[in-house]
Design a protein around this ligand. Structure first.
Ligand code: NAP
Length: 637
């Protein structure tokens, strides 16, 4: 059974380390050795990893063996003191490690090395205050809407600060998107060890967590931290109204049985997610189809696909997971691809973590922390230049800069290799838009293998229309028993269908129109004491980590609550001028990025071609700007 990594229960012996040494990833082992022994001579140029293969070194077997042997030799004398090893590397060493890992002096990497290293049992962003200590007579309380990845984290921070709170959750369990999406082979495409709260590590079985395991992790997190008793399940918040007289939000709620109610709260944290309102395409005749029409997020597990003719609409991240699984059992699968996805080679996408490596992650003190560091830091720094438009390049719908072109060539080579001799297939699977204009999907070869199956047909265009028995495309009728929609979500419709009414009756969605925006994705002018988790412009393309960004938002939210409590304030509202300046900056920066520049359509853009989804600046900017609330940005009363 999986267990949360809360302690090192065993003392690793020389024999045990020797037995598991071949499973150790060299980058993590080298950094661990430098940390524990203080001997930084192991940070050799010839042992430096390839950034593209991390956590693997990408080195040849002989070089790896030499690195492992030297680390073993240096580590053995320190094994008896394993439990006393320094918990964190000092700043000088952190910088040295970051430089070695990244292969150059990267200022952002050095600055972010501290947050990239998370020792076991330490929660560095736990609030260092409690409501009792800063405002014992405070009447502050909070309601969190949603018990997914972000809502549970917000709940934990409120609990740690001793702020009374409830979490209102429309489903019957925690987990949000990881509770709702149960289609076959549903899993994350972010490595498990960084798709985890930084301070609650886990004994993952696979490199990329499966849906049921991620849901289990979140449920365990909620149980371990006493959050479940704060959750009101099966209840939806339909409206939130601010009363300036009392400084209180009133939330209208509705149960699944339609029973209404209200809750009063000083603070509201919206943690409703972005990818939870299925986008059902308005395909002519869809409602006339006689068979089941199933969206990926509303999977019907009652359907037996054996001997079925299946139509799949869409080739995004969801379809690339469920369509291969369905193709293994269905009679015929016809996949409608409006635009081809870029694929990132990810050989271990569906693989289990090898037993020796899992043993090291569990037992060798600091190995897990450096394993994570070796994945997290490069991911956080990412490759924003490859997603940045160079006006002198000049940018086209092929590529937008030299770095983007280099990425395009690399990803094209992978697709060509996958297609092999099949030129028609190669033509069909190479995207006609620049990489990073929409999500690059992780692939272990499964997708093109699926497209090559005898029972699979790829149609490189959208569906024309649908009738009772199938779909039409260019005058051809394709018979179908089931239609599967991998057509994504209404990601730009933030916070819908809930209505939110702020100062002077200001309606949030009327104010936004289709251009949702929030300061750092969290606060809004005219909506005091209202905080968003995973709000507008808080996603990352190739330069960040979603869970880390959630941790930044939770940190900002709880610091705002401290500002309210310690100052004895009733409310805090973002200043209009601060918001306007921020909004202008984000709009300007988004336009410089591939996803803001390209005309291809994706959930990164709203109906008017503006990106309200992506964070367009380096991750370090997000971390620093959310590290504490600047009180001068707010009107406190
Ligand atoms: P998506 O990326 O928005 O893909 C939707 C697909 O449906 C696209 O191929 C789109 O074509 C197509 N489509 C939409 N409307 C259509 C229409 N009217 N006719 C024909 N095709 C249509 O949605 P998703 O695959 O559900 O993924 C959404 C996001 O969820 C991902 O980007 C990711 O962030 C998350 N997700 C993650 C994972 C994971 O971690 N592994 C798995 C699933 C989802 P166009 O591209 O031409 O618009």
């Amino acid at each position: 059974m999986n267990k949360t990594l809360d302690r090192y229960s065993t003392q690793v012996t020389e024999e045990e380390l020797a037995a598991h040494l071949a499973s150790a990833q060299v980058p993590a082992l080298v950094m661990l050795t430098a940390h524990v022994t203080g001997d930084t001579s192991v940070l050799r140029d010839e042992w430096r990893p390839n950034l593209k293969t991390l956590p693997l070194s990408g080195l040849d077997a002989g070089t790896e063996a030499a690195a492992r042997a030297r680390c073993f030799e240096l580590l053995v004398p320190f094994l008896p003191t394993q439990h006393e090893w320094p918990a964190v590397p000092n700043e000088a060493l952190r910088r040295q490690l970051a430089t070695w890992l990244m292969g150059s002096e990267n200022e952002d990497a050095q600055a972010m090395a501290a947050v990239a290293f998370t020792p076991n049992n330490v929660d560095p962003r736990r609030p260092d205050w409690t409501l009792d200590s800063v405002a014992p007579d405070s009447a502050l309380n909070a309601v969190v809407i949603g018990a997914g990845f972000s809502g549970l984290l917000a709940g934990l921070r409120l609990k740690q600060a001793g702020v009374p709170f409830k979490i209102i959750e429309k489903s019957q369990d925690v987990g949000g998107t990881w509770w709702e999406n149960t289609y076959p082979d549903c899993r994350t495409d972010v490595r498990s060890h960084i798709y985890t709260y930084s301070f609650v590590q886990h004994d993952w079985e696979t490199h990329y967590g499966r849906q049921d395991k991620i849901h289990g992790y979140l449920h365990q997190f909620a149980a371990d931290n006493g959050l479940l008793e704060h959750v009101v399940f099966g209840t939806e918040v339909t409206a939130s109204r601010w009363d300036a007289e009392t400084g209180i939000w009133t939330l209208d709620t509705k149960t699944a049985q339609g029973v209404g109610g209200t809750i009063a709260s000083r603070i509201v944290v919206s943690a409703v997610g972005q990818l939870n309102r299925p986008s059902i395409p308005s395909l002519p005749g869809l409602d006339t189809f006689k068979g089941p029409v199933v969206h990926s997020a509303q999977w019907d597990h009652g359907i037996d696909f054996a001997n079925k003719r299946v139509v799949v609409v869409g080739t995004g991240a969801s379809a690339l997971q469920f369509a291969p699984a369905v193709a293994k059992v269905a009679e015929q699968v016809t996949i409608f691809q409006r635009s081809a996805p870029w694929l990132r080679p990810t050989p271990v996408l569906r693989q289990e973590i090898e037993a020796g490596e899992r043993w090291l992650l569990l037992n060798l003190n600091q190995y897990r922390a450096y394993y994570r560091f070796s994945i997290f830091l490069p991911r956080l720094i990412g490759n924003l230049p490859a997603a940045t438009v160079d006006p002198d390049f000049p940018p086209t719908e092929v590529s937008v800069s030299a770095a983007n072109e280099a990425l395009r060539q690399e990803l094209t080579a992978y697709l060509l290799d996958q297609a092999g001799d099949d030129e028609k297939l190669a033509q069909a699977i190479i995207p006609d838009y620049p990489p990073a204009a929409k999500r690059i999907i992780c692939d272990d070869g499964t997708w093109v293998t699926t497209l090559k199956r005898d029972n699979v047909r790829l149609v490189s265009q959208g569906v024309n229309r649908i009738d009772e028995t199938g779909v039409w495309v260019d005058g051809e009728h394709i018979e179908a028993d089931v239609i599967l929609l991998g057509t994504g979500f209404k990601a730009s419709d933030f916070l819908l269908p809930m209505s939110v009414t702020g100062i002077d009756g200001k309606d949030l969605h009327k104010t936004w129109g289709i251009d949702a925006s929030a300061y750092l994705g969290v606060t809004l002018p005219g909506f005091p004491n209202f905080f968003c988790m995973y709000g507008p412009n808080t996603n990352t393309v190739i330069h960040g980590n979603l869970v880390f960004f959630l941790e930044c938002q939770a940190n900002y939210m709880i610091d705002a609550v401290k500002t309210l409590a310690s100052g004895g304030h009733r409310s805090m509202a973002l200043r209009e001028d601060v918001f306007a300046e921020y909004d202008k900056e984000i709009t300007t920066e988004s336009a410089k990025r591939t996803w803001g520049w390209s005309k291809t359509h994706s959930w990164y853009m709203n109906a008017e071609g503006r990106s309200t989804i992506m964070w367009p600046l380096p991750a370090r900017e997000y971390f620093e700007r959310t590290s504490c609330v600047r009180t001068e940005d707010y009107i406190l009363s």
